[in-house]
Design a binder for this molecule. Structure first.
Ligand SMILES: Cc1cc2nc3c(=O)[nH]c(=O)nc-3n(C[C@H](O)[C@H](O)[C@H](O)COP(=O)(O)OP(=O)(O)OC[C@H]3O[C@@H](n4cnc5c(N)ncnc54)[C@H](O)[C@@H]3O)c2cc1C
Length: 379
């Protein structure tokens, strides 16, 4: 059922994304999960459907969709497969720093790489800089009209396939977080290579790699904003990205609930009654539905604050945390309610449970989100 509380345009995108997911993601998701292959074909399809890099304004070749529509579309991708959704949303993530801090010239040169069917990657994390993003040890040294970048990034989504990267590096290590800067770095720059590929518990079709930077030279014009703006750009980027992860979580949780409902209506108990006839089972399904709907509404509130140009950093952290905790809880509950079948590789819900875990970790762990929320409440 489409959500009738949405505007006609929003419902149109909900339908479009639902059809897209039913056609291009659901039929192949478990095979890509099994092999761990990267679904390169999805880029062409998402571009043709007009839902690639949704935040990029029309003047730069993107669809320029509202935040709420973006979350509606991503919920549908999440319903189909969190791995595919991570790939598609990760592409969008790489467009945000340029949206936040790029000049018109940078936007005109950067966006064509991505909106025309290529991919972008966001490289902040390093072996010694995860939650503590300020620990970035990659260095960018100014030499004339260029910066020379040296360091190692890790857990970079879509790194193997990206034609352009946003790389965070310190232009002045003595300044700590205030010395971090952000750069646009094209894949073909000499000295940029891809290192180890991660083999993961879930979202196995998404590509996660190390990015090695050895004397990579970029023009000074590739610096986003000013030297030292990197941390601010990264934090604003994550504010934009976290509700999108939340939307994947809502879609995943809804799928787990739907799979579970189908099962408990068909599976008979020892007396030949469907499991769904038991009040305990009914209550557990009801609790799933409450959590899915609450997560979705938290997400929509965050998106409406963002659209209105109001502060939304706290709500972004709340939406990400609640929606991804819900994804984890509801998928684990679905495995539980579906018993041995739920635990079998033949069921969908075991994949959902594996996929859900990473959402509590990436784009800032849910503990870090709670620090952001508490920090705003207690200041
Ligand atoms: C599949 C995947 C894809 C990713 N894609 C990208 C990407 O595209 N680009 C990118 O830059 N990064 C990416 N990441 C990195 C991701 O953002 C980090 O994994 C995340 O920020 C957590 O960092 P960490 O793994 O180093 O954990 P750590 O920082 O080592 O944290 C370990 C544990 O300690 C807790 N902890 C840490 N500090 C505190 C504290 N101060 N108080 C309380 N608890 C604390 C954490 O909550 C966590 O439970 C990806 C990660 C994964 C797993």
């Amino acid at each position: 059922m489409l959500d009738k509380s949405l505007t006609p345009e929003q419902q149109e995108y909900q339908q479009l994304a639902r059809d897209f997911t039913a056609k291009h993601i659901i039929p192949v998701a478990s095979e890509y999960d099994r092999t761990g292959d990267f679904p390169e074909f999805i880029l062409k399809e998402v571009k043709e459907a007009g839902i690639n890099c949704m935040a990029v304004p029309k003047e730069y070749g993107g669809p320029g969709l509202s935040s709420l529509i973006q979350s509606i579309v991503v919920e549908e991708w999440g319903y189909g497969c969190a791995g595919f959704a991570t790939t598609l949303a990760g592409n969008g993530l790489s467009t945000y720093p340029v949206l936040i801090a790029g000049t018109d010239e940078q936007k005109k040169s950067f966006y064509p790489y991505i909106v025309n069917g290529g991919m972008g990657a966001f490289a902040l994390t390093e072996p010694g800089a995860g939650s503590d993003a300020g620990g970035v040890a990659t260095v960018a040294k100014r030499e004339g009209d260029e910066y020379v970048i040296n360091g190692t990034k890790c857990f970079c989504t879509t790194g193997s396939y990206a034609s352009v990267f946003i790389i965070f590096a310190s232009t002045d290590p003595s300044l700590g977080t205030k010395g971090i800067s952000a750069f646009i770095v094209e894949r073909e720059r000499e000295g940029l290579t891809i290192g180890a590929v991660e083999h993961k518990l879930g979202i196995r079709s998404s590509n996660t790699v190390e990015v090695l930077l050895k004397n990579v030279r970029v023009p000074a014009a590739h610096l986003l904003g000013q030297e030292g703006d990197g941390m601010k750009i990264a934090m604003k980027t994550l504010d934009m990205a976290r509700p999108i992860v939340g939307a994947i979580g809502v879609g995943l949780a809804r799928r787990a609930m739907d799979e579970c409902i189908k099962y408990v209506k068909e599976r008979l108990d020892i007396n030949g009654k469907p499991l769904a006839a038991h009040q305990n089972v009914q209550f557990r399904i009801a609790d799933m539905a409450i959590q899915v709907e609450a997560a979705r509404q938290l997400l929509r509130r965050c998106m409406s604050l963002k659209e209105a140009g109001l502060p939304y950093s706290k709500e972004s952290a709340m939406a990400k945390t609640f929606a991804t905790d819900t994804a984890m809880k509801v998928s684990a509950e679905a495995v539980d309610l579906m018993g041995e079948f739920g635990y079998s590789l033949d069921s969908v819900v075991e994949k959902l449970m594996r996929d859900a875990k990473v959402m509590q970790i990436y784009e800032g762990t849910n503990q870090i989100q709670r620090m952001v929320i508490a920090g705003q409440l207690l200041r």
